[in-house]
Design a protein around this ligand. Structure first.
Ligand SMILES: [Zn+2]
Length: 295
């Protein structure tokens, strides 16, 4: 029983608890901050046009000739946010457990790299993409390894941890910077399928049947071989950081499909542990992503 209970404590996200959060997120998605620079610009143009006395037509022509076209101020909120959290080189410290702990000197993951991208802008800007320094390096090295081994693939990183760890509502874990959610790679007719990659946080609500087929279009399915390959690379990059994969959480019905692939067999041979039991609700949430705990 104790083992079962322990297994239940994984990434035990509560879908009922998630809804208000995601509703808030969607409102945040609709924020109008992008309007601000253009609104300021329009006001400025309006003010100048009001103050100016009526120029002659020749003066107008001269002004038009000399004035460069007005450009929207270029602002990149992601770059601005990343600039606030440069890597200070101090090793992070995970305190407590993934379900009850905190993170010291957490490191922000880059929003994107050559073959990966964080899945949701507002989640990123809300400070949910921090990791322990060693886990950050392991994940980045893993993606680097995939550049060679899975060159045709582009990956999506999902929620990580807060800068100081602790509760990452609605996740029950993700508290120490040692937990990472990875979006399942998809395929259609044997080719990478990426049209669902940009669903943002709504991606957590996609559902797949027990064979990994998307509920809305059975021709879109989880690419288990790619997923297994990514986990193998991650296992190696974690070891180089003195870590190991402690546990992977994936909907239990999907494990057969994963372990049937050549790389899935290698995962089993290496003894990488997959949680064996979840509450049904939690189980169903781990079909669009796989959760990895490092230690
Ligand atoms: Zn998770």
């Amino acid at each position: 029983m104790r083992i079962l209970r322990r297994a239940q404590r994984g990434c035990q996200d509560n879908i009922a608890q998630r809804l208000p959060l995601y509703a808030t997120h969607h409102l945040l998605d609709m924020n109008t901050s992008w309007l601000k620079p253009s609104a300021v610009l329009l006001l400025a143009i309006f003010a100048v046009s009001c103050l100016d006395s009526e120029p002659s037509s020749s003066a107008k022509t001269a002004v038009l000739a000399e004035t460069p076209p007005l450009e929207k101020p270029k602002r990149d909120p992601i770059a601005d946010y990343m600039a606030q959290f440069p890597d200070d080189g101090i090793e992070s410290k995970a305190v407590g457990k993934v379900g009850d702990g905190r993170l010291e000197y957490g490191k922000l993951m880059p929003f994107a790299g050559p073959n990966f991208k964080y899945f949701d802008t507002s989640s990123y800007l809300m400070g949910r993409a921090f990791l322990h320094s060693k886990v950050k390096r392991a994940v980045l090295e893993g993606y680097k390894g995939c550049e060679q081994k899975l060159s045709e693939r582009h990956f999506r990183l999902m929620e990580c941890a807060g800068e100081h760890g602790g509760n990452l509502f609605p996740h029950r874990t993700h508290q120490t910077g040692m937990s990472v959610d990875f979006m399942v790679p998809l395929q259609k007719e044997g080719k990478p399928f990426t049209k669902l990659d940009d669903y943002g946080k709504a991606h957590y609500f996609l559902s797949f049947d027990s064979h990994g087929r998307w509920s809305q279009d059975a021709s879109v399915e989880i690419d288990f071989e790619t997923m297994a390959k990514h986990l193998l690379v991650l296992d190696e990059s974690a070891k180089r950081q003195g870590l190991r994969i402690k546990k992977v959480l994936l909907k239990t019905e999907l494990k057969d499909e994963l372990f049937a692939t050549p790389s899935g067999k290698e995962l089993q041979r290496r003894g990488i542990y997959f949680a064996r039991y979840f509450e049904p609700l939690i189980n169903n949430l781990h079909d669009d992503h796989y959760h990895v705990d490092f230690e």
